[in-house]
Design a binder for this molecule. Structure first.
Ligand code: AP5
Length: 217
């Protein structure tokens, strides 16, 4: 399954990508996670991306396109992948299509997770992440066993820098201006599936699987 998950900040792309990647045994490729790791490691990419991400702005297309191209050529992605947070602009989608066409492995489906704005804000404000292993929690919906501590590795949980209200506003605007038009782009290709992103994560996962079923291998 070659799948793209679309949706505004907090729609649950990362949560669904993890569940689906486990179900299908394919890698979860998150450009947000790759960029956050680069910032943490202090690489050249991280130095360029970090300030933009903190403000909630998009990182330049050429930077993310080359990251994804390289990642999809890794052997573990040969049997499929779940893309989370990429593409985010029409030029990124065009570059992705070109790269996949060269390798004769086009996208099977694009799923857009639809969530009302009040729910997005509530999810983002309650999100806590583990800086060590990347686990994601929510203070109410999915709390860790011990408050503020990662269940898996015991590290202190943190709030993402771009989850502050000013950055969230910028991210929502970037989604509306640059990413939402991708629904039209993939709609024209006949591979867009719109799924209600409200409900228990497992119920949403089942709805995604149902939506893309004809192409599930
Ligand atoms: P990225 O990390 O991709 O952030 P995002 O798209 O804003 O998405 P989020 O991670 O906020 O939300 P999500 O939809 O994954 O939701 P989650 O599952 O965590 O990108 C960050 C930045 O990197 C960008 O702003 C940009 O600067 C840069 N960037 C990345 N890709 C780029 C690209 N292609 N081009 C240019 N720049 C790029 O869930 C959110 C919360 O809700 C969690 O607490 C979770 O536990 C909870 N939750 C999830 N599902 C449910 C549910 N069903 N019910 C209740 N709670 C739920």
């Amino acid at each position: 399954m070659n799948l793209v998950l679309l949706g505004p900040p907090g729609a649950g792309k990362g949560t669904q990508a993890k569940l689906l990647a486990m179900r299908w045994g394919v890698p979860h490729v998150s450009t947000g996670d790759i960029l956050r790791q680069a910032v943490k490691d202090g690489t050249e990419l991280g130095k360029q991306a970090g300030p933009l991400m903190a403000e909630g702005k998009l990182v330049p297309d050429d930077l993310v396109v080359s990251i994804v191209r390289d990642r999809l050529l890794q052997p573990d992605a040969a049997g499929g992948f779940i893309l989370d947070g990429f593409p985010r602009t029409i030029p990124q989608a065009e570059k992705l299509d070109q790269a996949l066409a060269r390798h004769k492995r086009p996208l099977d489906a694009v799923v857009s997770l639809e969530v009302p704005i009040e729910t997005l804000v509530e999810r983002i404000s309650g999100r806590r992440s583990c800086p060590r292993d990347g686990s994601v929690y929510h203070v109410v919906q999915n709390p860790p066993r011990r408050e503020g501590v990662c269940d898996l590795c015991g590290a202190a949980l943190v709030q993402r820098e771009d989850d502050k209200p000013e950055s969230v506003r910028t991210r929502m605007q970037a989604y509306a201006a640059s990413t939402a038009p991708l629904k039209g782009y993939y709609g024209k290709q006949g591979i867009l599936h719109v799924v209600d992103g409200v409900g228990a994560p497992e119920a949403i996962e089942a709805a995604v699987v149902q939506a893309v079923r004809p192409r599930e291998r």
